[in-house]
Write a protein that binds this ligand. Structure first.
Ligand SMILES: [Zn+2]
Length: 418
């Protein structure tokens, strides 16, 4: 649906009639101003009523030249257009399946004057060759609509989102926000959430994805964790999520070294293994399973202190994060870093393999705190970058209405439009 704007064309209609001529001095016979509405169907910055509009889609094998040629633009003109606009739009890069619109003059010549290529649902490129050749990139108007939703987990987070009929992108964004504080593969039946988010609409009506999440209340195992978006780094304009006490929800450590962490064996000091006659063989690591070649990520920033192959460890990498914490990643098929490298959280440091003592492809993740091996899943790991003191009053002011709004949302199963 297009936005229809009615421009008011003031047309002065001189009402002349015979009575008027007869009664020249009659005040009632003065000229009457009438207003005639001329419709404007505006799109791409043009009034479509002024043109013959042709809409089509780039077919496979189509070229910019062939399309214009089929609408009566001669080769030399196409060449001139392509050349003139090449800094704005490379005509060789039009892609099959993308919609385009050609605006032609409304007279009998039906001369093609404007070509509009839709790069995606929002962005488009206008090539206007009515007189001189001009190209510009623009965007369809996008409106943000604030929405709220709430739900209770019965099986999985995605199933709950499907049940309450809310875009799954909200679920993914929520999982990102809580990636350090909640293990979304271990949600409990009865965990519940309320969320305030912005949905994008193109030209007021076409839903076009989720812009951002403003605030969340997530209750995991009966423990509520709030999350509020806030620009915590005003220099680089970086938004982070903080709880109601201004604590950053991101942790200095990722929950695990893989993109999709599947724990195959937990840290267990009393592990007994059949192979060793059921003797206690403590497992001072957490095993994450994945196919050979799966990238292994550094769980936090640090300096690589070991990258070698040795005994049961196989090929492994060890990272010193600070004076308190170290991590180690075993059984790699190959390492991607060398001693002395500085790595950032999430950097790929190697790939899953089966080197050393291992029954199957996995990475054994080991964690040291003050030189002692510990279970990172039982540690209350430090938050990354706390919100600066001077920003905190502004933060608490910012979240006050959002928290009140979240608290007022009921756990209904349907989405409510604000
Ligand atoms: Zn292990």
């Amino acid at each position: 649906m297009k936005k229809v704007v009615y421009a008011l064309l003031s047309v002065v209609l001189l009402i002349s009639c015979k009575e008027e001529q007869k009664e020249k001095n009659d005040l009632n016979a003065a000229p009457i101003q009438a207003v005639v509405e001329a419709p404007v169907l505006e799109e791409f910055g043009y009034n479509l009523y002024d043109y013959k509009v042709v809409r089509d889609t780039v077919r496979s094998g189509d070229s910019f030249g062939a399309i214009l040629d089929s609408h009566g633009i001669e080769r030399s003109k196409v060449f001139e257009i392509s050349n003139t606009i090449r800094d704005t739009f490379n005509v060789a890069k039009i892609v099959a399946g993308k919609p385009y619109t050609i605006l032609k003059s409304k007279d009998t010549t039906e001369r093609a004057q404007i070509f509009v290529y839709q790069n995606n649902a929002i962005d488009y490129t206008v090539i206007d060759f009515t007189d001189s050749i001009i190209a510009r990139k623009d965007q369809k108007p996008v409106k943000l609509v604030e929405k709220v939703a709430s739900g209770t987990i019965e099986s999985s987070l995605l199933q709950t989102f499907s049940d309450i009929n809310v875009n799954a992108a909200v679920a993914y964004k929520m999982a990102d926000i809580y990636a350090w504080t909640i293990d979304f593969t271990r949600l409990q039946v009865g965990d519940r959430f309320k969320v305030i988010y912005n949905q994008k609409f193109i030209e007021d009506t076409i839903p076009s994805g989720i812009e951002d999440i403003k605030g969340v209340y997530f209750e995991h195992r009966g423990k509520p964790i709030y999350a509020f978006s806030f620009v915590g780094d005003t220099i680089n304009n970086v938004t982070d999520y903080y709880d109601e006490n201004a604590k950053n929800l991101r942790r200095a450590f990722l929950k695990g070294p893989l993109k999709f962490n599947r724990v195959s064996s937990r840290y267990n000091l009393k592990r007994r293994i059949k192979y060793y006659g059921y003797k206690v063989r403590p497992h001072r690591g957490t095993d994450f399973a994945g196919p050979v070649g799966t990238p292994i990520m550094a769980t936090s920033d640090g300096i690589v202190t070991k990258s070698e192959r040795r005994g049961g460890n196989g090929k492994y990498v060890r990272i010193r994060h600070n004076s308190t914490y170290e991590t180690q990643y075993l059984h790699m098929s190959r390492q991607a870093v060398k001693v002395g490298d500085y790595v950032r959280q999430g950097d790929v440091i190697g790939y899953i393999g089966m080197t050393g003592n291992t029954g199957g492809p996995h990475v054994c993740y080991r964690f040291w705190k003050n030189g002692r091996q510990v279970d990172p899943f039982r540690e209350d790991l430090p938050a990354s970058k706390p919100l600066e003191k001077e920003l905190q009053p502004k933060f608490f002011e910012h979240i006050k209405p959002m928290k009140a709004q979240l608290d007022s949302i009921n756990f209904k199963r349907q989405e409510i439009l604000l």
